[in-house]
Ligand binder design. Structure first.
Ligand code: NAP
Length: 515
């Protein structure tokens, strides 16, 4: 998807709002360092952290260095590379609604242009909670730091791009409100809505697997597929993010964005080209056909859960309601499992099981496609033979890879059949370490390639799907929370629910479906 010439990364000043926070230390600066280490960061690129916290340039650099030592994929950092990058990292203190502070930021950016030859190129990266986003846009605009630019690939000139971290709104209305503020100030081509899942190697491989091989497309439809499961499971609980999560829930935090992105990549039609809009057009078509469970269907097709107290690997763990920052009577869901349908020609009638949860038995993200059974006239008719359907599993993380389950003859004089897994493990097939998602995504922002970022209509349709469920939940009495124990695969009803359309449930692991 990387069209090298058209999307060549260019130097500029990256201004990170909320740079005193976790994301900058954990992801952004380690990604910039690793790009520099590989010689991929355009020479002269500078970083300005902006926030209310009082930090000097030096204190900011120390904080970034500390983040690098703890979170970078390549450790220890090479001194020459880090020193070169650190010299181009600065901190600007200011409130998010202070016009004078934006004036000071503007003057500093102009200085840096002179110092590093960044020629007015700007990336504003909003790494702040959602309610601060609109004030920042207004502050930048009032200071003359935002300018609408029409996409014009042939024209030489500076660029201005704005990156929005997730969550992008908290429901359809708030996402639309934010989009209308953006729409007044920027062209859609300047807007980069982040879903870091799209930067993962294994997620990009979904399109390669489907469209660079001839054997899959013929069976990628309702005629051959019995069901599809998309699972994002985490063993971890709140890890200090209870306050944020309690006002969000797993449906908003994971399913509305990551799970639906995986679903659209798995099910879209082949795009006309690899251009950003060609791919996003196809993803949008899927979302338009995605039927959200409503009314009685909501009760039958959606399970929500919240974890109670329990133990994993011998460690006693608090219930969700006992986590720091969580209300003791909270009804926020930490698990959601649902069945949805895509009402289009290719997928009509195929159930898609989408699930996400915290404090589950394992941490894994995967997509499993279960194919229809063969007619039971030959081997299926033999006594003692239980043929399982073929299953293709794409493991997104951890243990990235692809596996295919199929039946084979057990060696010997008897005709015994058994299922085997043919496995392609990414890690051992390719010895080079995969880049972090943020490396790829930052490079794409510097090059102006928005193929791996969500477009306005895409985000709004995803919110429409999620908001339908959230509204339905409002009208129904909350379930009997807590209703699952840490280290399980969610509420007990999940197993029955998933078994309904998949002939061979993988009890006691209804979500994993594979390996
Ligand atoms: N951390 C991750 O790994 C991660 C992963 C994916 C997405 N994200 C998203 O990226 C964004 C930033 O994440 P983060 O973990 O860095 O967040 P964070 O640490 O909670 O906040 C970042 C900074 O924003 C400012 N801030 C926090 N709360 C504020 C408030 N109520 N009003 C105004 N400013 C506030 C603070 O800086 P000052 O006080 O100095 O102004 C803070 O240091 C969030 O939208 C998050 O959902 C984070």
């Amino acid at each position: 998807m990387f069209e090298a010439d058209r999307y060549r990364p260019e130097r500029g000043v990256i201004v990170v709002f909320g740079a005193s926070g976790d994301l900058t230390q954990r992801k952004l600066v380690p990604a910039l360092y690793n790009l520099a280490d590989q010689g991929l960061l355009p020479e002269g690129t500078a970083l300005v952290g902006y926030g209310r916290s009082p930090l000097t340039d030096e204190a900011f650099r120390e904080r970034l260095r500390d983040g690098l030592d703890r979170h970078s994929r390549s450790r220890p950092a090479r001194a020459a590379v880090w020193d070169g990058l650190a010299r181009r990292c600065f901190y600007q203190q200011g409130a998010y609604d202070d016009p004078e502070a934006y004036g000071r930021l503007k003057a500093r950016l102009e200085d840096l242009d002179e110092q590093f030859g960044t020629a007015g190129n700007r990336i504003f990266y909003l790494a702040v909670p959602p309610d601060v986003v609109a004030p920042i846009l207004r502050g930048l605009s009032a200071a003359g730091l935002l300018e609408r630019q029409r996409p014009c690939p042939d024209e030489e000139g500076c660029f201005l791009r704005v990156v929005f971290e997730k969550p992008f709104g908290r429901d359809l209305d708030s996402a639309r409100r934010l989009d209308s503020v953006i729409d007044r100030l920027l062209d859609e081509s300047q807007v980069f809505r982040m879903d870091h899942y799209l930067g993962k190697e294994t997620v990009q491989n979904i399109s390669v697997l489907r469209f660079a091989n001839s054997i899959f497309e013929h069976i990628w439809n309702a005629a051959s597929v019995r069901s599809v499961r998309v699972t994002v499971a985490e063993k971890l609980g709140m890890e200090g993010r209870g306050g944020y999560f309690d006002s969000t829930g797993i449906l908003r935090d994971i399913l509305q964005n990551h799970v639906l992105q995986l679903l659209t990549l798995m099910t879209m039609e082949p795009p006309a080209s690899l251009a950003a809009d060609a791919i996003r057009d196809e993803k949008v078509k899927v979302l338009r056909c995605l039927r959200a469970p409503r009314g009685k269907e909501l009760v039958r097709s959606v399970i929500r859960g919240q974890y109670g107290r329990g133990a994993i690997d011998g460690a006693e763990l608090p219930a969700y309601r006992e986590e720091e920052g969580v209300a003791p009577d909270s009804d926020t869901e930490t698990f959601v499992g649902l069945r949805a349908y895509i009402d289009n020609w290719r997928w009509a009638g195929v159930p898609f099981y989408l699930s996400a949860g915290k404090r589950l038995a394992e941490t894994l993200t995967q997509v499993a496609i279960e194919f229809k059974e063969v007619p039971g006239v030959l081997f299926g008719a033999m006594e003692g033979v239980e043929l399982k359907p073929n299953r293709l599993t794409l493991r997104i993380q951890p243990d990235e890879g692809v596996s295919l389950r199929f039946a084979t003859k057990v060696p010997g004089l008897r005709l015994d059949l058994r299922d085997v897994e043919m496995d392609f493990p990414y890690g051992s097939a390719f010895p080079a370490a995969s880049p972090e998602a943020y490396e790829r995504l930052l490079l794409d922002v510097m090059g102006g390639n928005s193929a791996l970022f969500a477009r306005r209509d895409e985000v709004e349709l995803a919110w429409q799907f999620a908001t339908g469920i959230l509204d339905g939940w409002q009208e129904q009495p909350p379930p009997d929370f807590p209703n699952y124990a840490p280290g399980t695969w969610g509420p007990i009803s999940t197993e029955m629910f998933f078994a309904e359309h998949t002939r061979y449930a993988d009890a006691p692991n209804p979500l994993k479906a594979g390996r």
